[in-house]
Design a protein around this ligand. Structure first.
Ligand SMILES: Nc1nc2c(ncn2[C@@H]2O[C@H](COP(=O)(O)OP(=O)(O)OP(=O)(O)O)[C@@H](O)[C@H]2O)c(=O)[nH]1
Ligand SMILES: [Mg+2]
Length: 379
C-alpha cells in the first residue's frame, strides 16, 4: 500500500521523537524522562495509519551559506531510500514542532523554518505545539503561532497543541496525553487523495491509541503512587492513594471521552472506594504487607504496594472505560465496574508483588520500583 510521507521538524528537545512514539507506538522514542537526541534521519510507520513519519535531527537556524543538518538529512534519506527500494520519497506534509513551554521563541523559529523548507514549495504545513501542559498557555500559544504566520508566503493549515506522554507536574499531579488523535485525523485529512485512510480505519486507530495513551497515564500515576508509598509517613491504609487514583481515573476517563457529569462522578467515587478503603483493598494490602522473606526496607515495600495498587486500578479502569467507549457498558453499570476493579485486587497481585520484591536491590530507588512494576504489568 502506498503511504504518505510526513516530515517532522523542530528544535532539538521540543519532543519530536516522543510525539512520534505517541502517534505510532513504535518505541521510536527514548522513553519518558530519558533524553536521547536523534542523531540521524529515521522513518517510522505502523500498519494502522497511511503515512510514515520522518524524524529529523534537531533543527538549527539557517546561517548564511551554511546547510541545515535536519534538511540535509532529509535530502540524504530521500536519495538513499529512492536508490534502495524505490520507496516513494515525496514529502506530503510538513509538521513543525514548537515547544509550548518556551513560547516566546515561536516567531523566530517559524521564520527560520520557512526559510529552510523552501525546497518543498507546495507541501502543506501544520504546526504542532508540543508539551502543551497548561491550558491558559495553550490558547496564547495558538494565537502566537497564528501571528507568526501573518503576512508570510506560506499558510499554516492547522495548529495542534499536544501532550505526547503523561507529564508529572508535582508529586501528586500529572497531565494525561492530549491532542494525539486530533493530530492524526488532521494529518490524514491533508494527505493526497488515494493515500488518505477511510474514517472507519481511523476509528480503529483511535481505539488502539486510546489504550496506549491510557497506559501512559497509568504509568505516570503509578510513579506518583510509588512516591506516596515511599514518603516517610506510615502507609497505614490506602486512603492516602485517593488523590492519585482520582487523578488516574479522571485522566483515563477523559482519554475515553466520558462526559464529566453527575453519573460519572458517582461512578468515580465508587471506583476510588474500591481502590482505597474498601474491604477488598484493605484485605489485599494486609496480604501484601505480610509477604514472607522480604529483605527490603519497609518504606520500599510500601512504595511497591502503593504503586502496584495504582497500576492495578489503572489497568481495570482502562478496561472499564474502553467498554463504555465502545457502547458495551454504561457509566451506570456500577456493579459491573466494582467487580472488574475488585478482580484486579485479587491474589494475583500478591504474586506480582512477591516477584517485584525479589527482583529489587535493598536500596531500590523510586525509578527501580517503577521500572519493576511496569515490566510486570506489561503483557
Ligand atoms: N512527560 C513528557 N515529556 C516529554 C513530552 N514531550 C517531550 N518530552 C521530553 O522532552 C525531552 C526531549 O524529547 P525528544 O522527543 O527527545 O525531543 P526531540 O525533539 O526528538 O529532540 P532531538 O532529537 O534532540 O531533536 C525528553 O526527555 C522527553 O521525554 C511530553 O509530552 N510529556
Ligand atoms: Mg529526537
Amino acid at each position: 500500500m502506498k503511504k504518505g510521507n510526513v516530515l517532522f521538524l523542530g528544535n532539538s528537545g521540543v519532543g519530536k521523537t516522543t510525539l512520534i512514539n505517541s502517534i505510532l507506538g513504535t518505541d521510536a522514542a527514548t522513553g519518558i524522562g530519558v533524553s536521547g537526541t536523534t542523531k540521524e534521519t529515521k522513518t517510522y510507520e505502523n500498519d494502522e495509519v497511511p503515512f510514515r513519519i520522518i524524524d529529523t535531527m534537531g533543527f538549527e537556524p539557517v546561517k548564511f551559506m551554511q546547510p541545515n543538518k535536519a534538511i540535509d538529512g532529509v535530502k540524504k534519506w530521500s536519495k538513499e531510500a529512492a536508490l534502495d527500494n524505490n520507496e516513494d520519497t515525496n514529502i506530503d506534509l510538513i509538521c513543525l514542532c514548537v515547544d509550548g513551554t518556551s513560547s516566546k521563541l515561536f516567531s523566530k523559529t517559524i521564520d527560520d523554518f520557512l526559510k529552510s523548507i523552501s525546497l518543498w514549495k507546495t507541501v502543506p504545513i501544520i504546526v504542532v505545539i508540543t508539551k502543551s501542559y497548561s491550558l491558559p498557555d495553550r490558547e496564547e500559544n495558538v494565537k502566537m503561532v497564528e501571528k507568526a504566520f501573518e503576512g508570510k508566503k506560506r499558510e499554516v493549515r492547522g495548529i495542534y497543541p499536544v501532550v505526547a506522554a503523561s507529564y508529572v507536574i508535582r508529586d501528586d499531579y500529572a497531565v494525561e496525553p492530549q491532542g494525539i488523535e486530533e493530530l492524526v485525523v488532521a494529518i490524514n485529512s491533508l494527505l493526497p487523495e488515494g493515500i488518505k485512510a477511510a474514517t472507519s480505519d481511523i476509528e480503529k486507530y483511535k481505539l488502539d491509541r486510546k489504550r496506549f495513551l491510557a497506559q501512559s497515564t497509568v504509568f505516570g500515576a503509578t510513579g506518583i503512587g510509588v512516591a506516596v508509598g515511599l514518603a516517610p509517613i506510615p502507609f497505614a491504609d490506602a486512603a492516602l492513594l485517593v488523590p492519585t487514583e482520582t487523578l488516574e481515573i479522571n485522566g483515563i476517563s477523559r482519554i475515553y471521552e466520558v462526559k464529566n457529569d453527575d453519573r460519572y462522578k458517582t461512578l468515580l467515587n465508587q471506583m476510588i472506594e474500591v481502590g482505597t478503603v474498601s474491604l477488598v483493598a484493605k484485605t489485599i494490602i494486609s496480604a501484601l504487607k505480610a509477604i514472607p522473606g522480604v529483605n527490603i526496607a519497609a518504606s520500599i515495600l510500601n512504595g511497591v504496594i502503593a504503586g502496584v495498587i495504582v497500576a492495578a486500578i489503572g489497568e481495570g479502569s482502562i478496561y472499564v472505560f474502553e467498554q463504555i467507549y465502545l457502547g458495551n457498558k454504561t457509566v451506570e453499570d456500577i456493579d459491573w465496574v466494582t467487580k472488574v476493579l475488585e478482580g484486579k485486587l485479587s491474589n494475583e497481585l500478591v504474586k506480582k508483588v512477591s516477584a517485584i520484591v525479589d527482583s529489587l536491590p535493598e536500596n531500590a530507588t523510586k525509578k527501580d520500583i517503577l521500572e519493576a512494576i511496569s515490566k510486570l504489568f506489561k503483557k
